[in-house]
Write a protein that binds this ligand. Sequence first.
Ligand SMILES: *Cc1c(COP(=O)(O)O)cnc(C)c1O
Length: 389
Amino acid sequence: MKQTFVRRTAAPRSDSRPLVTPLQPSVVYTSDSPDMLDAQYDGDVPGFVYSREGHPNATGLARLIDGLEGAEGGIVVGSGMAAVTATMMGVLQQGDHVIGGNQLYGRSLRMLQEELPRMGVEVSLVDATDAADVARAIRPNTKLMLVEVVSNPTIRVADMSAILQICRDNNVLVAVDNTFTTPRGYRPFDHGADIIIHSVTKLLSGHSDAMLGYVAVRDAELRDRIETVTMTLGLTASPFDCWLAERGLYSFDLRYQRASENARLLADHLAGHPAVKRVLYPTRPDHPDHNRAVDILQDRGGNMLSFEIAGDRAQANAFVRACNNLPFAPTLGDIGTTISHPASSSHRALTPEARAQMGVSEGFFRLSIGVEDIQTLKTELTTGLDTTA
Ligand SMILES: *Cc1c(COP(=O)(O)O)cnc(C)c1O
């Protein structure tokens, strides 16, 4: 009989296995029987059921990042902000108080300032480079502090050991957003942090084509609470993005090494150009937090650097146009170098006075350094800077 329609059949059997992790976009999984499904839900036999609750590409990726962070049971979610959301919604309830660094990633700041207060959570923002400011903010109901080791775009280095000590003494959980530093620069669990957050979108994945987040939690009970929140709020990661990120992660160490070395050399190169007023790179001796940076990061200055040129928006426009091989794009962690201009992007909502207080002028640029040949980068940036002189 002629077959006029196609029905699903099981995938072909194979006793050999693919070298590459299979991409598994299936939203749902079949089980043999109600007994088997019951056993899966009870955790007695392994298996996935519905991809919002978990799927092989997310779990596989999570185990790889766990390895880098020295964590167990990390959870991969749909974006870095989903990881921040999962942390806040898993830990906090009405009446709690949360402390955040006042130079956190823009959307994290907005979550603290605009979303949590309407749910009855009290918020204080502090200068994370000043231990006394952190200590002063502690209240009896303080539950959590969210901190980034290196701030964006001002490259200030938080007083991590003091923060961890103060929070430990006061029974306050510390969540470290480790996106900028990466586990190559700093491993929060080695220093006593409770929660690690990543925007996997950035360096870990490394190719600006996958949007993902990760959260690891030291306490097993709290970890399960946060995982439940990710399922209930639907913070799920896409299998394809997980698959891309896994592929990117295999070259993370090489990319990090090369990009950091490039950044260190470029920081010195830029500092020597007459159009450059100042360069911010953690391991340079003229960095405002140099001693702490060396203490925390040793020689791992990372791939991010900021610098300031003289002049106003016109000079800024001229510089960006003249660097025409270096994409002008407000993100970081790509395999290639990108330039961003905080005054017109991440910090555009601030008043010029508020920006000036942070040192973010119209001539302030942030570079996310990639793996290109260092000589090419030096030449292209020099060409850009020469036009502004
Ligand atoms: C980009 C970023 C985030 C948000 O991550 P998304 O993947 O874009 O949601 C959070 N924290 C830091 C430090 C970031 O750079």
